[in-house]
Design a protein around this ligand. Structure first.
Ligand code: FE2
Length: 449
């Protein structure tokens, strides 16, 4: 029996396996590309060590592609066949993977939550609980898990900056902007390459309407992101968002072409269909189009990616974006097919995602398709009753704003001032400040005065 980097027991006698597992965990919470390589090294060092196999399966399942679940399931089976008995913490990770493989996200999270409660320095448990809850919109639950661990963390514990960045994002999505910004900035002060801390502060800045602060913050930090994984595309997306809201569409489009969708980059070549990339790209193109920017033929490659997710129900938030992208690429038949498959999924699903598709993803998808067809009344009819449930598709306030913008745009097109007054008021309640200074809502604000 050995101990990991924070003193928690792990069921192996091989110190190299433990070191490699620690490196894998650090790579995961540090948003670097080498987590899987270190897991493979841990498995090679001790093939009878179950935990790295479980974590490898967990990371594969986390790619939100059910066609890869058999690979993850293979790791789970191999872990179960390891001779050594697993600890309680390790058995929770095993049970979480079993739940994840049937898309029972809330069940998986209860295991991560228990691990984090019993082992508050387990950064992997804290971070993956946050990630999984974020993608189903359960942000209060997400914050509570990271806040519960706070008393056990201090600057002398290794990985403190990563903890601060996790804490910052949990606080930010729950509207505690001051403490979120403090934690996020401290994380980046301690480790300038801390992408998640940079990201949490970017969220604070967009919610508070501090657009030029956001441009400066991310532009300055971007020199530190060379070892980052696909999170870097999302950070560039955030920078493009600040530019877009400030009305600098040329800079946003340049970032799209050279940073978000650079097909020659090693990251894009390694995983060309990463689900968050589909969200980033769809969201930016749609936002720019809403502002009247000609985005030329950029929809077609995104339509190709969306096409591969027509029957994929592992990521509610990505599904809504995929339906939007299919319609935007003029592939209405595929978009309709996607909606049809979502309805069949909703009727059959016994996991935790079906209800979220029913209450949030389906209306958002149908509204996005209707908007593309310029059927603005239908957008209003679908979205007005559904809009307060959209959080259940997951994603951040800043990301989900895309669907709110479609509704607002429909109301602008139909000159429905009374609806706009209501929606603009609601943006404040969601947590957005200085809405009138954002290009996305300038037309709506003008129409209500
Ligand atoms: Fe974000």
């Amino acid at each position: 029996m050995q101990q990991d980097q924070r003193g928690y027991p792990v069921t192996t006698d091989d110190s190299t396996a433990v070191e490699e597992l620690d490196r894998a965990f650090n790579a995961y919470v540090g948003f670097r590309t080498d987590a899987m390589a270190h897991l493979d090294a841990a498995i090679a060092a001790d093939p009878g060590f179950a935990l790295p196999r479980i974590i490898k399966g967990t990371l594969i399942a986390g790619l939100k592609k059910p066609e890869l679940y058999p690979l993850a399931s293979g790791e789970l089976e191999a872990a179960k066949n390891c001779a050594a008995p697993v600890s309680q913490r390790e058995s929770h990770y095993m049970a979480a993977l079993e739940a994840a493989l049937v898309d029972n996200v809330t069940a998986a999270v209860t295991h991560y939550e228990q691990i984090a409660n019993d082992h508050p320095l387990d950064l992997f448990a804290l971070r993956i609980a946050q990630s999984e809850l974020f993608w189903i919109g359960e942000v209060a639950w997400m914050r509570d898990i990271s806040e519960r661990a706070a008393p056990r963390w201090n600057p002398d514990v290794s990985g403190y900056s990563s903890y601060l960045s996790i804490r910052a994002f949990g606080l930010e999505e729950n509207g505690d902007y001051a403490l979120a910004e403090k934690c996020g900035r401290e994380a980046v002060d301690r480790n300038p390459a801390d992408c998640w801390g940079a990201h949490a502060v970017a969220h604070v800045l967009i919610m508070q309407g501090r657009l030029l602060d956001g441009v400066g913050w991310l532009s300055e930090l971007s020199t530190n992101w060379s070892a980052a994984n696909h999170i870097v595309h999302h950070l560039w997306w955030h920078l493009a968002l600040f530019h877009t809201e400030h009305g600098d569409y040329d800079s946003a489009l340049e970032l799209y072409d050279h940073r978000l969708r650079d097909l020659d980059s090693p990251l894009m070549q390694a995983i060309p269909d990463y689900y968050v990339d589909i969200q980033n790209d769809t969201a930016l193109l749609q936002r720019l189009e809403l502002r009247g920017v000609d985005i030329a033929d950029r929809w077609q490659p995104i339509g190709d990616l969306a096409q591969t997710r027509v029957g994929n129900h592992a990521s509610p938030f990505t599904s809504a974006h995929s339906a939007l992208a299919l319609a935007a690429a003029g592939r209405y038949q595929e978009a309709d097919e996607m909606v049809k498959m979502m309805k069949a999924f909703v009727a059959d699903d016994t996991g935790s995602l079906g209800p979220r598709y029913a209450i949030a993803v389906l209306p958002a998808s149908e509204a996005a398709i209707a908007h593309r067809k310029q059927n603005y009344q239908q957008v209003i009819d679908i979205m007005m009753p559904a809009r307060r449930n959209l959080w259940q598709m997951g994603g951040s306030h800043a990301q989900r704003d895309l669907f709110f913008q479609l509704l607002v745009d429909a109301a602008v097109k139909l000159k429905r001032g009374e609806i706009l007054a209501l929606l603009l008021d609601e943006l404040g309640a969601i947590g957005f400040d200085h809405v009138a200074e954002r290009s996305s809502y300038a037309d709506a604000v003008a129409m209500t005065h």
